[in-house]
Design a protein. Structure first.
Length: 208
């Protein structure tokens, strides 16, 4: 097993969280390097693209969140071997990346009124669309998992995104939006949150 160090921000969410969860569920040893936001600017230039997450694999720095999550998913047995199932897994992960990127753009808006308007449009449009389509996709694929009829990193990626929406930390986006628009995703979220390892992890962090 390679020596792994996963560097990401010091909070329980975001683009680095699915890889953390996959490594934990797979019992894969790794250094969980949590970088406080207040110190990020002092270390930013040490990362290849001035962004996180970064995975160090036997000393080699690897970037891009979905690539990292796929790699650790393979190590943890949470990524499909079948090419079609792998494609379904990748589709879901990339869809979440698309909508997360749209939300991240709003963080750059300094004017509060403009930010409110942008977030409300995002909630009513793209976020609701992605929630509804992923909800339909989950049902079409059996109602429990997005690929391979088992838990994969696709489910973890959606879980982390859905959890973030529920947290209410995104101002002007209703915390109950996901539960209203995507009931099957909501039910899946509860099942994943109740997995013993997941429950222990968030309880230990004091996180909901």
């Amino acid at each position: 097993m390679p020596e792994l160090k996963l560097s990401y921000f010091d909070f329980s969410g975001g683009r680095g969280e699915p890889a953390r969860l996959a490594l934990m569920l797979g019992r894969i040893p790794f250094e969980d390097d949590r970088i406080p936001m207040k110190t990020w600017t002092s270390v930013r230039d040490q990362t290849p693209f001035r962004a996180l997450p970064v995975l160090e694999v036997d000393g080699e720095l690897i970037t891009q969140s979905n690539a990292i999550t796929r790699y650790v998913g393979k190590l943890a047995g949470l990524y499909p071997d079948d090419p079609l199932e792998a494609l379904r897994c990748d589709e879901v992960m990339d869809a979440v990346e698309d909508i997360v990127t749209q939300a991240v753009h709003t963080f750059r808006i300094e004017d509060e009124a403009a930010k409110r308007e942008a977030r409300q449009k995002l909630a009513e449009g793209p976020i609701s669309l992605f929630l509804a389509r992923l909800d339909e996709m989950l049902v079409e694929r059996g109602g429990e998992y997005f690929a391979d009829n088992r838990l994969t990193i696709a489910d973890l990626r959606v879980f982390v995104w859905f959890r973030n929406l529920r947290s209410g930390t995104l101002d002007h986006i209703p915390a109950d939006l996901g539960d209203r628009v995507a009931p099957h995703l909501s039910a899946q979220h509860e099942k994943i949150r109740a997995l013993p390892d997941i429950a222990e992890y968030y309880d230990r962090l004091g996180a909901p």
